[in-house]
Design a protein around this ligand. Structure first.
Ligand code: ADP
Length: 255
């Protein structure tokens, strides 16, 4: 696209139209740039495990037959990296789906769904996740599946980056039902906080690679929350822990 040269009279209607048109072009250009960057980042993330798989396969080809230690190491590395590729592919799909708004919203009993999800994750991870809900009957205007998807992202992180019990607090703040996931783990450095919703952003790539993170979880959560009129806020202190607060529109009369 070409911008319109602004050599017209400032009061002219055409001049105003040209201004609007040029602003639209700026926005489109920014969108294309973002999309380009995303494709670049996604390819990079997919290529890294593939390179590791390729080099281990070469190592196995040369020495695998004669050395059982190399054989075991190679197979373990290849299956780890394949799992990682699989999880990146799944997260990319989840990210694409998070922008789809065709799902239905309905009143959801927030505390109830938090308890069910906490129980399930606590059993599978063998870790303690408690739910505190002082006001009963708080209904959030959301979609059950999306609610659980976002909550699981936050709980997974809380469990991954902390060794201590995790808490969920369900409450209300003016017109919103709030669900806060609290952990007392590593926390997040201040300079990283503004970037957490960026796709593929990880605080410490070396450290989080070991924990199997892709850097997509919070951007999926952010996209889902903003798509249906909710919000997500993160407070964290390094070495102390993290609080991630979800805000859903409150249903005043759920009957
Ligand atoms: P990942 O899949 O790497 O966990 P996320 O988008 O969910 O990706 O999170 C982005 C980064 O934010 C993580 O890599 C991690 O560094 C940091 N992070 C997220 N949640 C927490 C938490 N509860 N405690 C400490 N760090 C966190």
């Amino acid at each position: 696209f070409e911008k319109i040269p602004l050599a017209l009279n400032h009061h002219d209607e055409l001049y105003q139209m040209a201004l609007t048109f040029n602003a639209m072009i700026d926005r489109l250009e920014a969108m294309f740039k973002k999309q380009e960057q995303f494709i670049y980042d996604a390819s990079h993330e997919l290529k890294t495990p593939l390179t590791v798989i390729e080099s281990y396969a070469a190592m196995l080809r040369r020495w695998g037959k004669d050395d059982p230690e190399i054989l075991a190491e190679g197979i373990a590395a290849i299956s780890d990296e394949s799992r990682r590729l699989n999880s990146i592919a799944e997260q990319l799909l989840a990210l694409a789906r998070s922008e789809d708004v065709s799902y239905e919203l309905q009143p959801v009993d927030a505390a109830n769904l938090c308890r069910q999800t906490a129980k399930r994750l606590s059993q599978s991870s063998n870790r303690s996740i408690s739910v505190k809900a002082e006001t009963p009957g708080l209904y959030a205007w959301t979609n059950e599946e999306k609610f659980v998807q976002v909550l699981v992202i936050l709980l997974d992180n809380a469990l991954k980056y902390s060794r201590f019990p995790v808490q969920i607090e369900v409450g209300s703040d003016n017109d919103f039902v709030t669900v806060t996931v609290i952990d007392h783990g590593t926390g997040i450095p201040k300079e990283d906080l503004p970037h957490l919703f960026e796709r593929f952003y990880r605080v410490d790539k070396a450290r989080t690679r070991g924990t199997g993170g892709t850097g997509l979880g919070l951007s999926i959560a952010h996209s889902i929350m903003t798509q249906h009129g909710g919000g997500i806020k993160i407070e964290s202190e390094e070495g102390k822990g993290t609080r991630v607060c979800l805000q859903f529109k409150k249903v005043v009369d759920a009957s």
